[in-house]
Ligand binder design. Structure first.
Ligand SMILES: Cc1cc2nc3c(=O)[nH]c(=O)nc-3n(C[C@H](O)[C@H](O)[C@H](O)COP(=O)(O)O)c2cc1C
Length: 354
C-alpha cells in the first residue's frame, strides 16, 4: 500500500513520530525512511551532544541539525526525511528557517498552534504538516492558513489521547473512563470532514496521518480502515535497535507495566504521558526545584515556578540517567515485548494491510 505526500512517495504508510530530546535522530529516522516509511528527526535541542552546546547552544543546534539531516539522508539512500519542531520552543522560528535552508523534506509542527508556518516556509520545497488532536484545532489551523496565506497543509497528523509525550488534551479527557470513550478511530471522520473542502479548493488530497497507542498490525489496519492515509508511531520505534536513545531508556519502556504509564503535568504547560519512576515521584511530592534555566528552551516554561528543568530531564533520561530524568511513553507501550530491528517492525506493522 503506497502512501503519498504530494510528490513524496512512501512504499509503506508509516510515519515515525519525532521524539525529543535526542530519541529520534539520524539513526532512527534514516533507517525508517530507508525501509519505506517516513523517518522524522526531533528538532528539540539537537545539539545537546555537541562539545560547545553549553557555550553556544544556537550554533550547536544548527550544526547538529545539518549533521543529522545529512547522515539520515545517507542512511535512507536519499529518501525523504522529516523534522518535528515544537511550536512552544523559544527557537521555533529559527529552527524552522534552518530546516528549510538545510533542505529538510517536511516539517511537522505541534505542541502549540503553527499559525505562521506557511509564512516561515514560503517559497521553499519543504512541506508542512501541523499536528493536531481534535477536529476543532484542525478547523482553526485550516481556516487561518487559508485566510492569511491561501495555503493548505501538505499533510496533517492527528495525535490521539493514547500517544506518548506532550498531549493536546485536557487532564480530565485523559482519565481511564474518558479514554474508554475517546478512541482514535472515532476522531478520524471529524478531521476528514474538515479537510474535504480544502482538498476541493486546491484539487489535491491532504493525507491524514493518525497515531497514538498503535502497537500491532491490527491497530494499524483499524486506523487505515477508519480513513487515515498513514499511521504515526512513537513508542514502538523507541524499542528498536536503531533508536538513538540509550539501551537503559529502551529497557525502561520494555519493562513498564500498564500501571506504570502515567499522566504528568509537564513544565511545557501541557499534560504528558510518561513512565513512573523515583524522579517523577519526587516531583509529585514537590521535591525537585531547578536552580537556573540553562537552556531557555520553551516559551511556555516559567522556570522560577516549575518543579524541574524538562530540557535537562529529557536529555539525561535519553542518555540513561533515570534518577534525574524520565521516559515519555505511549499508553500501550507496556504491551511491547522486545527490542527489534526497524526493518522487521515495519514489515510486521504492514502485514495486515491489503
Ligand atoms: C519518548 C517520546 C518522545 C516524544 N517526543 C515528541 C516530540 O518531541 N514532539 C512531538 O510532537 N511528539 C513527541 N512524541 C510523540 C510521538 O511523536 C508520537 O506521536 C506518539 O508517541 C505516538 O504514540 P505512541 O507512542 O503510542 O505510538 C514523543 C513520544 C515519545 C514516546
Amino acid at each position: 500500500m503506497n502512501f503519498k505526500i504530494g510528490n513524496l512517495e512512501f512504499p509503506k504508510p508509516i510515519v515515525q513520530g519525532g521524539m525529543g530530546i535526542g530519541v529520534s535522530l539520524s539513526s532512527l529516522a534514516g533507517t525508517v525512511s530507508k525501509f519505506g516509511g517516513l523517518g522524522v528527526l526531533s528538532g528539540v535541542e539537537m545539539g545537546y551532544a555537541e562539545p560547545d552546546y553549553k557555550k553556544n547552544p544556537k550554533q550547536a543546534n544548527r550544526r547538529a541539525l545539518e549533521k543529522h539531516f545529512s547522515r539520515a539522508k545517507e542512511i535512507a539512500e536519499n529518501r525523504p526525511i522529516g523534522i518535528n519542531i515544537m511550536v512552544a520552543l523559544t527557537q521555533y522560528e529559527e529552527i524552522v528557517k534552518n530546516a528549510v535552508q538545510t533542505g529538510v523534506d517536511i516539517i511537522f509542527a505541534g505542541a502549540g498552534l503553527p499559525l505562521t508556518l506557511p509564512e516561515l516556509t514560503r517559497d521553499s520545497l519543504t512541506k508542512i504538516a501541523p499536528i493536531i488532536s481534535s477536529k476543532r484545532v484542525a478547523k482553526l489551523i485550516l481556516k487561518h492558513w487559508w485566510r492569511h496565506y491561501e495555503a493548505v497543509p501538505d499533510a496533517i497528523v492527528l495525535e490521539g489521547p493514547l500517544a506518548g509525550g506532550h498531549l493536546g488534551f485536557k487532564r480530565e479527557e485523559l482519565t481511564p473512563e474518558s479514554l474508554n470513550k475517546l478512541q482514535l478511530t472515532d476522531l478520524i471522520p471529524g478531521v476528514l470532514e474538515e479537510l474535504k473542502p480544502y482538498e476541493d479548493k486546491v484539487g489535491r488530497p491532504i493525507p491524514l496521518i493518525a497515531g497514538g497507542g498503535i502497537i500491532t498490525a491490527d491497530d494499524v489496519k483499524a486506523v487505515i480502515d477508519a480513513g487515515a492515509s498513514a499511521v504515526q508511531l512513537g513508542s514502538r520505534f523507541v524499542t528498536t535497535f536503531e533508536c538513538d536513545a540509550s539501551d537503559a531508556f529502551k529497557q525502561a519502556m520494555i519493562n513498564a507495566k500498564k500501571e506504570d504509564i502515567i499522566i504528568i503535568d509537564s513544565p511545557a504547560g501541557l499534560p504528558g504521558r510518561a513512565i513512573q519512576n523515583a524522579f517523577l515521584e519526587d516531583v509529585k511530592k514537590g521535591l525537585k526545584h531547578p536552580t537556573s534555566c540553562p537552556m531557555n528552551c520553551l516559551k511556555t516554561c516559567d522556570f522560577k515556578n516549575t518543579p524541574y528543568c524538562i530540557g535537562n530531564a529529557l536529555i539525561v533520561g535519553q542518555e540513561g540517567d533515570l534518577e534525574n530524568g524520565y521516559v515519555f511513553s505511549g499508553a500501550n507501550a507496556y504491551a511491547i515485548g522486545e527490542i527489534v530491528h526497524v526493518e522487521d517492525l515495519m514489515n510486521e506493522l504492514v502485514s495486515k494491510l491489503n
